[in-house]
Design a protein around this ligand. Sequence first.
Ligand code: SF4
Length: 152
Amino acid sequence: MILVSGCLIGLNCKYNGGNNFHKNLIEFLKDKEFIVVCPEQMGGLSTPRLPCEIMSGDGRDVLQGSSKIKNNMGEDLTESFVKGAEETLKIARICKAKTAILKAKSPSCGSEDIYNGKFEGKIKRGMGVTAALLRKNGVLVFNEDNYLNYDF
Ligand code: SF4
């Protein structure tokens, strides 16, 4: 069982009400068992919603309580992001999912890079809070750019 970001398969769960439909990923998944997640919606955030970024460090720091996630109006939404990560982990455990393909660069789903916390459109190395929690619990996390590197 593979966890997959909802926005990648075309669900309109992205912050702006759109999606990140990935045709090749859909083709790849057609003979595989997968379950769709959107940590931000499962954390109780609305859609559409304002863009959010991790203020410093990355998702690991958020989980440790040493960083926050805020939207571009300065509202602290850390609690919702952590809740969404925990709900996603719950699904991974229920479904015995050992792998995940999650959207790159998201403050939840990003697994290699995230935005730098200043709403400048700049990327830095780091992972989102859901990717961090899943990895901490033994789930292998890939994104739409590197999933073909693994033999699922
Ligand atoms: S990147 Fe993750 S949290 Fe954001 S819309 Fe897609 S599935 Fe939801």
